[in-house]
Design a protein around this ligand. Structure first.
Ligand code: C2E
Ligand code: MG
Ligand code: MG
Length: 618
């Protein structure tokens, strides 16, 4: 029997109302502060149960294709029930009614209620009354928020309205967070590949390091930089370059465990966080997997594209204990791998940083070198083994470094290639060589071909033909006096494309030689199809040709091969009389090497021509 007075009742309602307002405000506050959505569900059920003095509370959720309601959060139930399916949506419960009608349901006494099938669950818990409201408006999810009491008649419509307000706060918070996440997505993820970007990578690395410190574990950072990606980008266009990056990203993701991170940290740079490693060596497994995963060609527009990566590894805490340092070290190791690579990995070593810094400095200085006119060509003469006369020159690039002096190409060509500077420097080299041919001719000197080395990047440049044609036209030289040297490995890498590119070159009337022959693996079938004029035997075979029978045999075979293909043979790196005699004896056509002449500055080369220097054959 209710014996409170009307006044007391009003006071109670007011007090309840105030409590509810306070609870809603507190929940809103928590919704603002809290990071994880999951704690919000608990907070809603907790607030609902506490404020309405209920013994039990729960949120059940279902998705459109789900035929059961899952307990998302609860108060008063057994531990371990969260996440369990509670009942089918088809069963005649108050939940179903709420979901269908979108209206609250108040049950004053489950024992007396005839609308719904009796619930075993509620019976076991001694529950007599309850109130349920729908949760609507969350993407792809609907649900029910309920509270229960062991006393009958505990909830009225005010309680239902209170629950509806809590649901409003919940739904609004989830919407806001979804919007936030969408907003912050581009700032944390790479739009092209969907991988975490550099920023998120750095955040996660910090977390992984903190955790590893706590657990005394190691964290590996692996930097993977694609080798010669620029070439693909230039040759096949940006759109295809992007497609390739997406394929690479997918493969890289398959190389790590689910807890590890793969991020895209730069244009063609990816990075891994290997968290909780027991030993530094574990990183090699991932590095090897990456190399293997990329060794299978990618497909772009029906073509097979070979791509590889150079990898650098640094390990927390042995290499460094701060994020920046660890990244710097992985980067330095990656640079080292690039230099020795492609397609290899290197662990960080302390001396690498100095080299990476030095290289970076060179790169900066190289960027302005062309404009500052710091490049020069040296000319190394080739001589006929039939009569000893000069047959041509190879133009060899030098960099007149303002502080370090004259620098040989092996110290900077790879930087020119990696940065793409080789394209403009390469154009300058071709033009400079053509101008020199023109000048020698105007000085009345016997015209000899000048050969120019083409880098892989230049060779794959779509407008190479255009550049050559323009240069030939501008200088008006006889195209037969211009020769291009392409290394065997460049030609064999994508042989079909190389055949086509060579055919284009040949239409201008220039000559083509295959450089450093013997170092790579040539397919004879292709060799026959390349429109070549000259074969240059690599220095490595000539070095010991006079006393190593293997090198001698190979050299003789290469001379015969060249002749059978109708090519002239030039031996590179001839330094001694013995080598020379061997080559003469075995029918080699020409030689190039210190024995006759080192690469000469322009004046030296001009003098050699004017004074008609000859190689003494006997
Ligand atoms: P390469 O095309 O095989 O050039 C021959 C290299 O062998 C030159 O080195 C030359 O100085 C060296 N050499 C010649 N005779 C001898 C000898 O008797 N003994 C020894 N030990 N070496 C000899 P260099 O000038 O340092 O050039 C190295 C490489 O750099 C070249 O190898 C070429 O691949 C590249 N390179 C040079 N100039 C250019 C250029 O203008 N463009 C491009 N893309 N690459 C270039
Ligand atoms: Mg060469
Ligand atoms: Mg060579």
């Amino acid at each position: 029997m209710d014996n409170t007075t009307g006044h007391e009742k009003g006071a109670l309602t007011n007090r309840q109302h105030a409590r509810q307002q306070e609870a809603i405000a507190a929940l809103e506050q928590q919704a603002l502060d809290d990071e994880a959505v999951d704690t919000l569900w608990d907070a809603v059920v907790g607030t609902a149960s506490r404020t309405l003095e209920a013994s039990h509370g729960k949120i059940l959720l279902t998705s459109p294709h789900d035929h059961a309601l899952t307990l998302k959060a609860g108060v008063g139930w057994q531990d371990g029930w969260i996440g369990r399916h509670i009942c089918g949506v088809g069963e005649n419960t108050q939940n179903r009614h709420v979901l269908m009608s979108h209206e609250p349901v108040i049950v004053a006494d489950f024992l007396m209620d005839t609308r719904f099938a009796p619930s075993e669950l509620l019976r076991i818990h001694g529950i007599r009354s309850g109130v349920s409201v729908p949760i609507l408006g969350i993407d792809g999810l609907t649900g029910v928020l309920s509270v229960f009491s062991r006393d009958a008649g505990s909830f009225n419509s005010a309680a239902a309205r209170f629950l509806q307000t809590l649901v409003k706060v919940l739904v609004a918070t989830i919407h806001r967070r979804q919007a936030d996440e969408k907003l912050s997505y581009p700032s944390r993820f790479d739009a092209l590949t969907g991988l975490p970007n550099r920023r998120l990578f750095i955040d996660r690395l910090g977390q992984a390091m903190a955790l590893a410190k706590h657990r005394q574990a190691k964290v590996g950072v692996v930097f993977a930089d694609l080798d010669h990606f620029r070439i693909v980008n230039d040759a096949m266009g940006r759109g295809n370059g992007d497609k390739l990056l997406v394929q690479v990203a997918q493969r890289l993701q398959q190389c790590v465990r689910s807890g590890d991170t793969v991020a895209r940290v730069g244009g063609d740079e990816f990075a891994f966080i290997l968290s909780g490693m027991a030993q530094a060596k574990d990183a090699t497994l991932v590095a090897e997997k990456v190399i293997a995963a990329l060794s299978v060609p990618c497909e772009l527009e029906g073509e097979e594209i070979y791509i590889s990566a150079s990898l650098g590894i640094s390990v927390y805490p042995s290499d460094c204990t701060d994020v920046d340092g660890l990244l710097r070290n992985a980067d330095a190791a990656m640079f080292q791998a690039k230099e020795n690579g492609p397609a290899i990995y290197r662990f960080y070593l302390p001396q690498m940083n100095e080299r990476a810094v030095a290289r970076l400095k060179l790169e900066t200085q190289l960027r302005g070198a062309l404009a500052r006119d710091e490049f020069v060509l040296y000319y190394q003469p080739r001589a006929s083994l039939a009569n000893g006369s000069i047959t041509g020159f190879e133009a060899l690039l030098r960099w007149q470094h303002p502080a370090l002096g004259l620098m040989p190409p092996l110290q900077f060509i790879s930087i020119l290639e990696d940065t793409g500077l080789i394209v403009s420097v390469g154009e300058w080299i071709v033009l400079a060589a053509c101008k020199q041919i023109m000048r020698w001719k105007s000085q009345g000197l016997m015209p000899h071909p000048i050969s120019v080395n083409l880098s892989a990047r230049q060779f794959q440049q779509r407008n190479l033909g255009f550049v050559i044609e323009r240069t030939l036209r501008a200088t008006g030289i006889d195209p037969a006096l211009l020769e291009f040297e392409l290394t065997e490995s460049m030609l064999m890498k994508e042989a079909e494309a190389a055949i086509h590119a060579l055919q284009v070159l040949k239409t201008f009337g220039v000559r083509v030689s295959i450089d450093d022959f013997g170092k790579g693996y040539s397919s004879l079938a292709y060799l026959k199809r390349f429109p070549l004029d000259v074969l240059k035997i690599d220095r490595a075979f000539i070095r010991d040709v006079a006393f190593d029978p293997d090198d001698a045999t190979i050299t003789v075979a290469m001379i015969k091969l060249a002749h059978s293909l109708g090519l002239k043979v030039v031996a590179e790196g001839v330094e001694t009389r013995d080598q020379l005699d061997f080559l003469i004896e075995n029918g080699c056509d020409e030689m190039q090497g210190y024995y006759f002449s080192r690469p000469l500055p322009l004046e030296g080369a001009s003098r050699a021509l004017m004074e008609n220097h000859r190689l003494a054959l006997h």
